[in-house]
Write a protein that binds this ligand. Structure first.
Ligand SMILES: [Cu+2]
Length: 229
């Protein structure tokens, strides 16, 4: 016992103590240790898992804006709270926002300037796909509906800010996700959050998704989702 050696008085007492008393004390220590350990584990039953994505500007040259923000996912029991706070977005228009990723086990990443395959100086939605994967869950009025094209997305204020908050059933979202993506799991820490939308005119070289105008899908901010606190 290191403590005994550091404290001569303790050394004397413990040397005088009969062996059976030492055993009895050790047994008592065990009795007290059990409830203490049980107490220590109880908060885990109600624990929350937090995932955060710090959003960095994309295509700032064409948006003329520095769009930044934070997306936060808090899972607790069956509830998943999603919050997205954005500033520096094009004011007064709605902004598509989703997490993107791959339905296999690959990690998604934010596209860099190298993703600009046609060298028009703009990374369009299609060009983000090799790095970021596909559009997965929309942050709309009802994310569980997975209605990317028709859901209601937030509109930025005149100052270019918005705040989105929704709480969904983790079970319901996981089921809808699994159905849409061949049995995949949500795996938030493999995904990226993308914010879209500009009011500025874009050259014809900027590709989009089907009939949706390129101004709607233009990526303006991205962040990788990481498990955090
Ligand atoms: Cu998106």
């Amino acid at each position: 016992m290191t403590m005994g050696r550091l404290n001569p008085r303790y050394e004397v007492i413990s040397m005088k103590r009969p062996p059976f008393l030492t055993l009895a004390l050790a047994a008592m220590a065990c009795l007290f240790a059990v409830p203490a350990a049980a107490q220590g584990s109880s908060p885990e039953r109600h624990s929350e898992t937090v995932y955060v994505a710090h959003l960095h500007p994309m295509n700032a040259k064409i948006t003329k804006l520095q769009t930044t923000g934070e997306a936060r996912f808090t899972a607790k029991g069956d509830s998943l709270s999603i919050s997205v706070k954005v500033k520096g977005a094009a004011p007064g228009i709605t902004h598509w926002q989703h997490f993107h990723g791959f339905k296999d086990n690959r990690d998604a990443a934010c596209a860099t300037q190298e993703a600009d395959a046609n060298r028009d100086g703009i990374i369009d939605l299609i060009e983000t796909e090799p790095a970021s994967g596909t559009t997965m869950v929309p942050f709309i009025d009802d994310p569980v509906s997975m209605n990317v094209a028709e859901g209601t997305y937030p509109r930025a204020s005149a100052a270019g800010t918005y705040e989105y908050r929704r709480t969904v059933s983790l079970k319901a979202l996981s089921a809808a996700f699994s159905k849409a993506f061949d049995g995949s799991k949500l795996d938030l820490d493999r995904r990226v959050v993308l914010i879209h939308g500009t009011a500025n005119a874009l050259p014809g070289s900027v590709a989009s998704l089907g009939p949706i105008p390129a101004q709607v899908t233009l990526p303006i901010a991205c962040g990788t989702i990481e498990r955090g606190s």
